[in-house]
Design a protein around this ligand. Sequence first.
Ligand SMILES: [Ca+2]
Length: 300
Amino acid sequence: MKLPYYILCLLARVISDVSGHQAEDGSSSKNCQNIREMGFTEVGHYVVYNTVNNTEEAIMIYCDEKDGMLQLVDREDGTAGRSVARNCKELQDEGMSHDGPNIIYPFPDHPEIPVLVLCDQTSQGGGWTVIIRRDDSYGDLTDFERTFEEYADGFGDVNYDFYIGNEVIHYLTDSSSNELWVSIKDMHGELGYAHYQYFHVAARERNDLPPYMIDIGFYDGTIGDGMEYSNGMGFSTIDQDNDLSVGDCAANWGGGGWWYRKCANVCLTGPYGSEYFYWHNRSSPRLSKAQMMVRPSTST
Ligand SMILES: [Ca+2]
């Protein structure tokens, strides 16, 4: 099977966190309990082996102090099977009840491919998959001046600041109707949110649409409908100008990728501390923190 480049990048990103473990007697770990019995006590991702149709299948699990077998579900024969959750809402349905990183399988054509994401299972009922997080209090800040390919693949660290990637955002929002929750903290410490009952990012390549076109609506919140101005726009980066400006918004606005029009009322990817990391119509538009997260719509 030939995998697209962005998926190989995602795989490399996830697998680098992981190592396989085998007991001294040669038997393979099947779950977090086995991992612990072998002396590993750290929370994190581990590879275990389950026998499926007489062959050993390597799967990745997330072992946590509280939830133990978070990433495992029981098969009918009593052995542990891999979670098939496509997003953090499905992980919540499987029992994940705290905030933190976990593995999802968001690609319908490649359901075997894991992606490490950050889940928020406590805000507004939980079930949220975080798609971007900025926080200028982190010690080693991630650079958001990136190419179109980097924004497609995602970058950063889910434990700190990161962008999940437009491929993942597309598939997360394409499988069902999704809502979006944006939370910000400005330079004066004021908090606010914007909630959109509808949020969709189209595919990278569709003849009739610009790449990763945003479709967003049904706002409520405390900080104003800053995203509406971007509605219907494709995604632009320093090396790919899909905006309606004569100039190049991404290149001229500090380097962040965004759904620029001429250019934008809000931007959550601009450089930390700059006027391009901001939410409009505020006494203090510059931001210190920002987060966007998505969840399958609960209302019909
Ligand atoms: Ca332009």
